[in-house]
Design a protein around this ligand. Sequence first.
Ligand SMILES: C[S@@+](CC[C@H](N)C(=O)[O-])C[C@H]1O[C@@H](n2cnc3c(N)ncnc32)[C@H](O)[C@@H]1O
Length: 279
Amino acid sequence: MKHLKNTRQTVLKASRAYYTNRAYYEDLLAQRQRRIAVLNKRELDFLEHAFSAHATHPVSDVLDVACGSGRHVFELAKRGYECTGLDYTPERIQIARERAKREGLSVKLLQGDATRLSYDNEFDAALALYVLFLLPNDDDVLKCLSLINCALRPGGILVCNIGNPFYNGKQWFSLKAIHEGLHITEDRAPGIHGTEIARIREFDPMHGVAWWQETSIIEAPDGTHVFRDRQRLRLFTYWDIIHYLQVAGFKEIKCYPDWEINSRKKPKAEKLVFVSRKD
Ligand SMILES: C[S@@+](CC[C@H](N)C(=O)[O-])C[C@H]1O[C@@H](n2cnc3c(N)ncnc32)[C@H](O)[C@@H]1O
């Protein structure tokens, strides 16, 4: 097995290739799959709850760091928020721009790196969803969270999330998934069928880092495609994120298991969602 380097450039290049290859098809699935519509609504309802329960003033301007093809910013824009979405993969931003045009939605969409944000007191809320695990190293995670803190107005909030490494079920990146070997998942929607065969390699338990290698076979309206890619993944624990949020200057940090508003203690939740406030 070829050793995979963890340098910043290698990690960013791998992630960009992964999302470039899948950009069009992920967006198509997201538009056509009922499961994703249900998940989106659940996450959006949660976000609005977090805005009203945790920010000290009404939320109007929202920054989505690593917005992908815009599933959160578009729904927030429809609900009346002023949104800015930024993503590292230009192809995803391009797809988001086309969708904004098609649907007549006004959202600012920019290509950019989550660790190189340059905003100052401009937003009431920020999102960093399904992205922290992809940042090249822990210094970058801290940099990203600190820059988001700068981007927020006092009293504004950040909503970010991680996969829980102690989750016991299928489908999400966890210690269990690492030990199980091969993962095969299927995604279907009218006119599109994706099969992903994934394996986690080179898990480094000291640093909580691994490489995810995936072969995707996509049968879509424009033909059948096979992509072979890899991504570096960082497994964070609850305590890692609390620590990074505190060092980045956030206060009043609350963790919600699996997007549940009435959060009960659930150490084996699949996803942990953190809401934290800038003083
Ligand atoms: C799993 S997707 C999540 C997208 C979106 N937040 C969502 O929930 O649908 C991860 C996204 O992070 C982006 N990404 C990875 N590294 C990044 C970085 N350093 N800066 C900004 N975006 C990044 C990828 O291009 C990809 O669109």
